[in-house]
Write a protein that binds this ligand. Structure first.
Ligand code: ZN
Length: 280
């Protein structure tokens, strides 16, 4: 969609998002308390610089109803067929590890997640990104797809950097930045990630439709450990698909990270559940 209608829609989404931002962020805590900065020469401590941004949802039927994107699924509904998953759901592993969700449905404890019948497109803005950026993103896609059964597609590079004004049809935006552009990257925060959600017209489950992952340029300039560089991107992809933080240091979704560099059993249980929701 382009032109005036697109602009009107974006403006409306922006206003709604601001409202939602106020609603949500002060209840949940916009940023976690940040302890004093660790010595930057210690790469494992630097990985502690992972924080959650609570991403506001576009939770209005009006915006969703304006989206032509819903029509293919309406056709399915009218014909009595249902869309099919693109990849099999993963078994939900059992283990002692903890997990949490960024958001649950208004009427139940079911998580908000991406539609497993839709491809999640991902684009990378290479401005200011490290040389290994694309490799990091593609590996995060593989790891997160493997754990969720969600299908991602890396569609290439983008010039877009406007993570605060994303449209429903935009690909997930991955970029490297600083606190001037993305204030959430202040102090020792090494990355932020999350997704926008919508509610279907007339009720039904909320869904994520797109989102962003932003990594801190300075943190990546200083970080030598390949495993740690990957762990932070994977952690933010965990947020992207709907995982929240846990206090369990065995999990990659621990707020300060740095204890493990791959998804733990709790992370994997949460990711499998996020990928196992019904299609729209
Ligand atoms: Zn986090």
């Amino acid at each position: 969609m382009f032109g005036a209608r697109r602009r009107r829609q974006r403006e409306m989404e922006r206003r709604l998002r601001e409202l939602d931002w106020l609603d949500q962020n002060y209840g949940l805590g916009y940023l976690p308390p940040v302890p004093p900065p660790p010595p930057r020469k210690d790469p494992s401590r630097l990985a502690g610089a992972i924080a959650l941004v609570i991403v506001a949802g576009v939770t209005t039927s009006a915006v969703f109803a304006m989206q032509p994107g819903i029509f293919p699924d309406r056709v399915h509904e009218l014909l009595g067929t249902s869309p099919e998953r693109l990849l099999p759901a993963r078994d939900i592993p059992s283990g002692p590890g903890e997990f949490s969700f960024m958001a649950t449905q208004p009427e139940s404890d079911d998580p908000v997640g991406y539609d497993p019948c839709q491809v999640i497109e991902v684009a990378l803005n290479v401005e200011g990104a490290p040389e290994d950026a694309q490799h990091l993103v593609e590996t995060a896609i593989d790891n997160t797809s493997q754990a969720t059964g969600l299908r991602f597609e890396f569609i290439g590079t983008t010039e877009d950097r406007d993570f605060e004004n994303m449209g429903m049809d935009d690909p997930v935006l991955v970029m490297w930045s600083d606190e001037d552009e993305a204030p959430d990257l202040a102090e020792e925060i090494a990355g932020v990630g999350g997704s926008y959600r919508v509610s279907p017209f007339g009720g039904g489950k909320q869904r994520y439709v797109t989102g962003f992952v932003i990594l801190d340029r300075d943190a990546y300039d200083d970080m030598r450990s390949g495993a740690m560089r990957q762990a932070i991107v994977d952690h933010e992809f965990g947020h992207l698909v709907g995982l929240g933080h846990v206090d369990d240091p065995r999990q990659l979704m621990h707020e300060r990270g740095g204890f493990v560099t791959a998804y733990g059993d709790g992370d994997l249980a949460g990711l499998a559940q996020l990928g196992a929701i019904d299609c729209r």
